[in-house]
Design a protein around this ligand. Structure first.
Ligand code: ZN
Length: 407
């Protein structure tokens, strides 16, 4: 694939494709077709996901209706209560949530939601967007099942411009009306097998879904194109380790595609390494590798970068992407990304389009990733130890909400 062909793929997939939607399926079929054009037979493998259709979502504050989107999978309810803005989660602030509809900063993660429930909040408000942007967009959020664990209070998401107004005006009373149908739906992984000489394999992953406002060009059609490029380099060439390419669905909804894949313990036993791509090929920014592996791999990648003239910053850590469920199953996992400086490219909004992408940078990033994959796939013995060190395990516990970060 040359850089022009890569840019065409961005143009042909310039649409929103959230996990479990018909558009996600459309993109899965597109990827399967791209594989077929290379003579490779990929398969669409469905897995169940929670879905919801909102009937009504209304936020009223002091009698004024505030534009909002209701949280999917947060149940149906109608609550009126005093409004409270939780500025921090200190012992001074948390008890003030009791009996109130609470607005929080940032994402509603597992521990924040626990804090709200434990302190008696009756509803919640989140916000996103940017007060300096021209749009009034509101992202469609969901109360993820691993966050709610079945305990649901109604919530809405609003634009940051509305949030700042609520505080400026000194809001007193809020009302949330939320009505929705919740049901089980389907998302899908696209899986391509390229068997090797031995019965063990390297798993390459990249998610192809997007968030609700985003065309997800940079995050992460770029990685999906990267996998196509790597697969193409192996066509007709024998390799020692098997390669399994997985274009993951519903990553943006909590790594659901990779989690579904990693559930099968028997398949996992034969996986020696996971190589994950999440955001590459943007016009500006530096290249990184995050190794959820023994430290030795960080040195290997650093040396390879120097050898190939590729600037690369390598760390031993957990990356918020599809590599994490693999590492959690004991499969050494490394994520690669090119990180755009925040003022040249943002994600999870309407601005993540082909305008952020560079065909030349895509080709350069994929060339490095292909070289790395070739080396691993043709190694006499996969050099990465099949063991997750304790310091990485601790980080996995925190990332996967089994332990709370003390900071
Ligand atoms: Zn991503």
């Amino acid at each position: 694939m040359n850089s022009k062909e890569m840019m065409d793929i961005f143009a042909e997939n310039a649409y929103v494709r959230t996990g479990g939607s018909p558009e996600e399926l459309r993109c899965a079929e597109y990827i399967r077709e791209k594989c077929a054009q290379m003579g490779l037979q990929a398969e669409i493998v469905p897995f169940p996901v929670d879905m919801a259709a909102i009937q009504e979502a209304v936020l009223t504050v002091d009698g004024r209706e505030i534009p909002c989107k209701g949280y999917l999978c947060a149940g149906s309810a109608e609550v009126t209560a005093p409004f409270y803005y939780l500025r921090d989660t200190s012992a001074a602030s948390l008890p003030q949530c009791k009996g109130k509809i609470v607005m929080i900063d940032g994402y509603l993660g597992y521990w924040k939601y626990r804090d709200l429930l434990d302190n008696g909040a009756v509803g919640f408000i989140t916000y996103d967007g940017n007060i300096n942007y021209a749009d009034e967009d509101i992202d469609q959020r969901e109360l993820r099942s691993y966050v709610s664990k079945g305990e649901k209070i109604p919530g809405v998401n609003i634009n940051a411009k509305s949030a700042i107004e609520l505080i400026r005006k000194g809001s007193a009373t809020a009302k949330i009306v939320l009505k929705q149908d919740e049901y089980e739906g389907q998302s899908r992984n696209v899986i391509l097998d390229m068997p090797g000489e031995v019965d063990e394999y390297i798993v390459l992953t990249a998610h192809y879904d997007s968030t609700s406002l985003s065309q997800g060009a940079y995050d992460n059609l770029s990685g999906a194109v990267g996998l196509l490029g790597i697969a193409e380099s192996f066509v007709g060439k024998p390799h020692r380790y098997g390669l399994r390419f997985i274009w993951c669905g519903s990553e943006e909804r909590g790594l659901l595609g990779s989690k579904a894949y990693c559930q099968d313990e028997e398949t996992m036993k034969k996986a020696v390494l996971n190589i994950n791509l999440d955001m590459i090929g943007c016009i500006m920014g530096n290249f990184i590798a995050v190794c959820s592996t023994e430290e030795a791999l960080t040195h290997y990648i650093k040396y390879m970068g120097l050898e190939m003239g590729m600037g690369i910053r390598v760390s031993q850590d957990v990356y918020s992407s599809d590599s994490t469920p693999f590492a959690d199953q004991g499969v050494p996992a490394v994520s690669f990304a090119r990180i755009a400086p925040p003022n040249t490219g943002t994600i999870h909004n309407r601005y993540d389009t082909v305008a952020l992408m560079s065909g030349e940078q895509m080709a350069a990033d994929i060339a490095f990733l292909t070289a790395f994959t070739q080396r691993m796939a043709n190694a006499a013995c996969c050099p990465v130890e099949r063991k997750i060190p304790d310091n990485v395990k601790d980080k996995l516990d925190i990332y996967l909400c089994r332990k709370r970060d003390k900071n």
